[in-house]
Design a protein around this ligand. Structure first.
Ligand SMILES: Cc1cc2nc3c(=O)[nH]c(=O)nc-3n(C[C@H](O)[C@H](O)[C@H](O)COP(=O)(O)OP(=O)(O)OC[C@H]3O[C@@H](n4cnc5c(N)ncnc54)[C@H](O)[C@@H]3O)c2cc1C
Length: 175
């Protein structure tokens, strides 16, 4: 929890991010340091930590356009089982591959991640639409499954299926 530093290199479009930073902290510091020029493709929940998240791949609203978090990882600093602090070159290809999707807590403790930042468009459109009637939910989800993968990469439409407090199945679409 003390590994909170985020150092942004605006000229190179990269950042070192502490292994204890949450998604929200990383988004905030990257946007702030680059005056909203850069973002990073990560998840939707600001409280999720980088350790489990990037180790697990990391998918979010920007992933169709920029890839998973793990696709945008340039380097990492990790402590292995022998207590050695390793950079990418020292840990080797196998471990660097494993920490980009192999799951947290298995390959070493990542104390910092080096990220390739995404040069983003400052103008984005977002919306959220919810539907609760059973027939409508089924129809919408069917349609979404049939067309969503064909959308341009700049358009990400997520569907969340859940039950509300009255146990009615709902679907909510967000972009
Ligand atoms: C509310 C919520 C929203 C989410 N949204 C998304 C989303 O939009 N996209 C998505 O892809 N995923 C999402 N997830 C899933 C999330 O990526 C995983 O739950 C992830 O494991 C969380 O990582 P953490 O570091 O916060 O969790 P933790 O429970 O702290 O860690 C998970 C595992 O990683 C290990 N670990 C933690 N830090 C490190 C480290 N520095 N080095 C090595 N291992 C470490 C832990 O030991 C543990 O085994 C969401 C989860 C929640 C709870």
């Amino acid at each position: 929890m003390n590994l909170k530093k985020v150092e942004v290199d605006v000229t190179k479009g990269t950042a070192w991010r502490g292994g204890g930073t949450t998604i929200g902290e990383a988004y905030y510091h990257i946007a702030n340091a680059s005056k909203d020029r850069y973002g990073f493709p990560a998840g939707t929940c600001p409280t999720v930590g980088s350790g489990g998240y990037i180790n697990g791949g990391g998918f979010g609203h920007m992933s169709r356009k920029f890839g998973h978090s793990a696709d945008n990882l340039l380097d990492a600093l990790a402590v292995n089982a022998e207590g050695l602090l390793l950079k990418r070159t020292a840990m080797g290809d196998a471990m660097f591959w494993a920490i980009r999707g192999g799951g947290g807590g298995s390959w070493g403790i990542v104390v910092a991640w080096k990220l390739k930042l995404a040069d983003i468009n400052r103008n984005v459109t977002i919306f959220r639409i919810g539907r609760a009637e059973k027939k409508t939910v089924v129809n919408f989800v069917r349609k979404w499954q049939a067309i969503a993968y064909n959308f341009p990469n700049g358009f990400h439409l997520r569907a969340i299926l859940a039950a509300n407090s009255s146990r009615i199945i709902i679907v909510s679409f967000s972009k």
